[in-house]
Design a protein around this ligand. Structure first.
Ligand code: GLU
Length: 382
């Protein structure tokens, strides 16, 4: 048995392939299982939050499209009609169980911009207080590359720490993480517990070159990294287990369990690493990179900067790269990209004469910087 005592909040994510049938019509049975399980959770004093996909798929069904449209505006129109349908179906079933649902559609900005994230937290808190189950999806009808999260595995991992969830469950069309691709190897074994995300786990999830991968497992491993580093336990399991949600939260050995990290990070660092989108980057020379990798708290000075990528304003969140384009840190810049172009490689006293006003000597101050001690952080930043 897994030790999930005192669970207060659980985030449940259900993917499109589980929610719709082959002909893209809604799978009503799944909705019934979900809502009846949510009722049981609420009766036990546990708050559920649902992250649901299915908007685009249902929209395609409404418009009689059998292929995902290439045209972005049509895909977004599908999301608009499909999201409304999705909520209609959920509400019909929720009424049977006397449950109240509330819809929230998010984009990456709702996490990136701290003020917006705090509003989101307040709204969700109020919903829980009034026993309203939040039903969350990406705002697909308006999302464009610059502001979207992109997949609901990541979205659910981003929302879990915002609501102080204890557990995140990803329901999908696979039983969990296998040591090799179960579609190819008959002797593939289900991994029941992962206590640390390392190279071997990432290889099991597969990549384009290894060819042992299970579809969609990569974003789930990214989600596991984000969730477990925020002290949230995570489980990946098959959506045919939705009716067993109570058993899962009781600790029965279902699916793959990713244990919350023993060296989780502060909530500010978690926000800066995983929940913000960077506006650009600076590249450091080897000496400056070495200084950052030491255990001391260091700031980034103009002297160690060799180049600047993209255009950004003072106060933006930017990535810090080494010469091989590896992300080694992220932070809030005191200078705009054009100003950094001007001061890069220069000593601090040379900079004074370049500006009329008094400017900080650090491009990124140590307090506004988070250095990636864990090499895997870079992998989840898109
Ligand atoms: N937000 C998308 C939808 O509702 C799904 C994204 C995903 O499946 O990860 O269609």
């Amino acid at each position: 048995m897994r030790d999930f005592k005192n669970l207060k909040r659980v985030v449940v994510k259900v993917g499109s392939s589980s929610l719709v049938n082959k002909d893209l019509s809604i799978n009503k049975q799944i909705l019934v299982s979900l809502m009846s399980s949510f009722k049981n959770l609420q009766d036990k004093g546990i708050d559920p939050l649902l992250v649901t996909s299915g908007a685009v798929a249902l929209g395609m069904h409404e418009l009689n499209l059998d292929k995902k449209p290439k045209e972005i505006s049509l895909k977004q129109a599908c999301a608009a009609i499909g999201q409304a349908k999705l909520m209609e179906y959920y509400n019909k079933v929720a009424e049977i169980y006397d449950l109240k649902l509330g819809q929230i559609l998010l984009s990456h900005d709702d996490f990136s911009v701290r003020k917006r994230m705090l509003h989101l937290t307040d709204t969700l808190d109020s919903m829980f207080k009034h026993h309203i189950i939040p039903v969350i999806n990406e705002n697909d009808a308006l999302a464009i590359d610059e502001i979207k999260v992109g997949d609901n595995d990541t979205l659910s991992a981003l929302i879990a720490p915002v609501v102080n969830a204890d557990l995140l469950i990803l329901f999908s069309d696979i039983d969990g993480l296998f040591d090799k691709n179960p579609k190819i190897y008959n002797d593939a074994k289900l991994i029941t517990e992962v206590s640390e995300i390392n190279d071997s786990i990432i290889n099991m999830a597969g990549d384009k070159t290894s060819n042992v991968g299970t579809g969609g497992m990569n974003t789930k491993i990214d989600a596991a990294l984000i969730a477990t580093k925020a002290s949230v336990d995570m489980i990946i399991c098959n959506s045919n287990m939705i009716s067993k949600l109570e058993d899962i939260v009781n600790g029965n050995l279902i699916g793959t369990y990713f244990k919350k990290s023993t060296d989780s990070i502060s909530s500010r660092d978690h926000w800066l690493i995983f929940r913000t989108k960077s506006q650009g980057a600076i590249v450091l020379d080897d000496g400056a990179c070495l200084k950052l990798s030491s255990d001391k708290k260091v700031s980034i000075l103009p002297k160690g900067i060799v180049s600047v990528k993209d255009e950004f304003l003072k106060g933006s969140i930017i990535e810090v790269l080494d010469k091989n384009d590896n992300i080694i840190a992220k932070g809030i810049t005191n200078y705009s990209s054009s100003e950094i172009e001007l001061i890069k490689g220069k000593n601090s006293d040379e900079i004074k004469s370049l500006f009329n006003e008094n400017r900080k000597k650090e491009v990124i101050h140590a307090n506004d910087l988070v250095v990636f001690k864990d090499g895997y952080y870079g992998r989840v930043i898109k």
